[in-house]
Each structure stands twice: as structure tokens, then as C-alpha cells.
Ligand binder design. Structure first.
Ligand code: DCP
Ligand code: MG
Length: 357
């Protein structure tokens, strides 16, 4: 049996704001767009949640629900730094760390670097260390698979741990409202409700073939997790270092105007790839290969993160001008962005995406 921990920081952005500004401690704090704007709430401190304020709610509504709330704009750079810190702490125990977002991750501690047999013990030790090193608290779910660990980490929030064992898993799932299942979003919840599936107990009565017929591949996932089964492994991924695109030409190109045009199409594909990776970069590198295969690179590092084709083109054109392009025919052109910020998936204006919905 595996030992999986899911850790999720408490009111992540808001806790960091309260940590860095004592004036905000113990107060209702809303991080996100300001109420005058058309922004939304990224998150709210637990003091603000008592008034019904939550993530993805229009900030103007948050203000109505909690007039005393203090609104703070997100500081993504700081949250990314804390995110890196918490991942470092996780990796002290296992290399099998799979981040789900900036503030949460799965850990497989079946085998762990400290040789600790109890996963709950590890979870609590990690939580102590999180508090000490980052100044904010996190909650943990401990179980024998990812789904149950994820569901468990919510049960004793904030600042708590919960264990789900094979002995109590089925009862726990039976009592779960269907919308709480990880992987069941708003639209699937509505469809399930219309089929009379309101809780885990209702889901447990459905056959796998019926769920697959109605929900496709996701139906098989619903069926298995309803019965406490989830054999997805914890898969750590390497943090991306760069995003780029290049073109090798069918015939060498001399005319600088043609090269500018190609540069623009490459910048556009880099833009698309950056969007897919939710990334932006500060260092833009141009790669040029001459017809004799000699290859050179030229880089510029800019002050603000960039992720759009227009900016990338503006930066790479002078780089291209600084080479022998236009005098010597080229075989290849490429653009790479590095020095990446990968946290844009947490733009407060976007809802978190669920994997199966
Ligand atoms: N976030 C966001 N927009 C959302 C949801 C979340 O920008 N719709 C950001 C802000 C959160 C962070 O992601 O602080 C982590 O999301 P969580 O869902 O883990 O929420 P919190 O950590 O804020 O609170 P909780 O204590 O419930 O985990
Ligand atoms: Mg959280």
C-alpha cells in the first residue's frame, strides 16, 4: 500500500500578505482585483471567509458582503518564491513531489529519505517546518492514494492534518457531496444532480459501464474513486527552464525582409507555447545559423516578464540586425525565452482548471 500526502497551504496569497504586513493580521483581507474595478477575488483570509467571501467572486460583491475587508493586489513574484521554498521542504522527504499549483503538492512517502514509517508523522513534521521557514501554515491529507489524500487535506483546514484509512475510506466518500469530488466541476456536478447523483453514496450505486456511457473516460475515474481506488502515480516534473521555437529553411535566405517576416512567425509560435505553459520570460535569445552551419546566439534580458509576440519581435529584431543576417545567407532562425516565471496559471482572473472537467 502506498503512503501519499497532499499538502495545501492555508489562504495562500492572503496568509503571505498578512505575514508581510502586520497591519493585516487578524483582519478580513481580500487578495485580487480592487472592488472599483471589474476584478475578482483570488483568495480571502479566513476572517473574510466568515462573511461568505471566496475565490473567483467579483471583488465588488466581496466588498458588499464584507465592507470592512482590506483589498490587496496580488504580488505573484512573492508567492512564486514561497512556492519554491515549500517545494524545497517537500523534497527533503521525497523526490516524488508533484505540484498541483503554487500552494499544493502530492508527495509519495512510501519510501522516504528519512526512513520514517508513519506518513502522518511526516505530514506533521513538514507542516511544522512550513510554518517555521515560510511563516504561513498548511494543511495535510494522508491516505493510500492521490484522490483520498487530496480530499483529506480539506477536512481540517486551516493548520490541520487528516488521515483516511482503507477502513474508513468508503464511508467518507459516501458522505461527500458530489460537487466536492476532485475532478467534478460545476457542469459535471449539474449533470450528476440531474441523474439523481447527489453524494458519493449515490455515485457508488452506479455501474462503471453506465458512468462511462454518460461521462466518457472521466466516467471510469468517477467509478473508481467512488470505490476508493485511484492508482495514478505521483509524478514529479522538472520545472521548465525555457520555451522556444525555431525554423530551418528549405533554402538558405539572404534577404533581411524575408527574415523579419519569418522572425515574426517564430515569435508568434513562441507566444502560443508560452501561453500553453502559462509562462513568461525575461531573457530572449535569438539563434542564427549561417549557411556554413556556424551557429551563434544573441540575448537580451528585459526588466519585465514578456509573453507576447509583439514584444518578442521588438526585442529580437535588433538582435538579428546585430548579426551578419542580410550579408550571409541563413539556414535557421530560432527564438527562446528563458528566466521564466511559470506562475501565470494563478492569475487571479482565471479559475483553476480541474484535470477532468
Ligand atoms: N487562486 C486564484 N483564483 C482562484 C483560486 C485560487 O487566484 N479561483 C489562488 C489564490 C490562492 C491560491 O491560488 O491563495 C491557492 O488556492 P487554494 O484553492 O489552495 O486556496 P487558498 O490557499 O487561498 O485557501 P485554502 O486555505 O482554502 O487552501
Ligand atoms: Mg490553499
Amino acid at each position: 500500500m502506498r503512503k501519499i500526502i497532499h499538502i495545501d497551504m492555508d489562504a495562500f496569497y492572503a496568509s503571505i500578505e498578512q505575514r508581510d504586513n502586520p497591519r493585516l493580521r487578524g483582519k478580513p483581507v481580500v487578495v485580487g482585483g480592487l472592488p472599483g474595478s471589474r476584478g475578482v477575488v483570488a483568495t480571502a483570509s479566513y476572517e473574510a471567509r466568515k462573511f461568505g467571501v471566496h475565490s473567483a467572486m467579483p471583488s465588488s460583491k466581496a466588498k458588499r458582503l464584507c465592507p470592512a475587508a482590506i483589498f490587496v493586489k496580488p504580488r505573484m513574484q512573492v508567492y512564486s518564491a514561497v512556492s519554491r521554498e515549500i517545494r524545497e521542504i517537500f523534497r527533503k522527504y521525497t523526490n516524488l513531489v508533484e505540484p498541483l499549483s503554487l500552494d499544493e503538492a502530492y508527495l509519495d512517502v512510501t519510501e522516504n529519505k528519512e526512513g520514517i514509517p508513519s506518513a502522518l508523522w511526516i505530514a506533521d513534521r513538514i507542516r511544522k517546518e512550513l510554518k517555521k521557514r515560510t511563516g504561513i501554515t498548511g494543511s495535510a491529507g494522508v491516505s493510500y492514494n492521490k484522490f483520498l489524500a487530496k480530499m483529506a487535506s480539506d477536512l481540517n483546514k486551516p493548520d490541520g492534518s487528516t488521515v483516511i484509512t482503507p477502513g474508513n475510506a468508503l464511508d467518507f466518500i459516501a458522505a461527500l457531496p458530489i460537487g466536492k469530488f476532485y475532478g467534478i466541476g460545476r457542469s459535471t456536478e449539474t449533470r450528476m444532480q440531474s441523474l439523481g447523483i447527489r453524494t458519493g453514496a449515490d455515485l457508488q450505486t452506479k455501474s462503471e459501464s453506465e458512468l462511462i456511457r454518460r461521462f466518457g473516460k472521466a466516467g471510469a475515474y468517477y467509478y473508481h474513486v467512488a470505490h476508493g481506488r485511484d492508482d495514478r502515480p505521483v509524478t514529479p516534473f522538472r520545472i521548465r527552464k525555457s520555451v522556444g521555437a525555431e525554423r530551418t529553411f528549405q533554402e538558405d535566405i539572404l534577404r533581411i525582409e524575408n527574415l523579419y517576416e519569418i522572425l515574426e512567425t517564430i515569435a508568434k509560435s513562441v507566444e502560443t507555447r508560452l501561453a500553453k505553459a502559462n509562462a513568461a520570460g525575461k531573457t530572449v535569445t535569438l539563434k542564427v545559423r549561417y549557411n556554413d552551419f556556424k551557429t551563434i546566439t544573441r540575448s537580451t534580458t528585459v526588466r519585465d516578464f514578456t509573453n507576447n509576440a509583439g514584444d518578442i519581435l521588438e526585442i529580437t529584431r535588433p538582435l538579428l540586425d546585430s548579426t551578419d543576417a542580410g550579408n550571409i545567407p541563413l539556414r535557421l532562425l530560432g527564438i527562446t525565452l528563458s528566466n521564466l516565471d511559470l506562475s501565470l496559471d494563478h492569475s487571479p482572473y482565471e479559475q483553476l482548471e480541474l484535470p477532468l472537467d
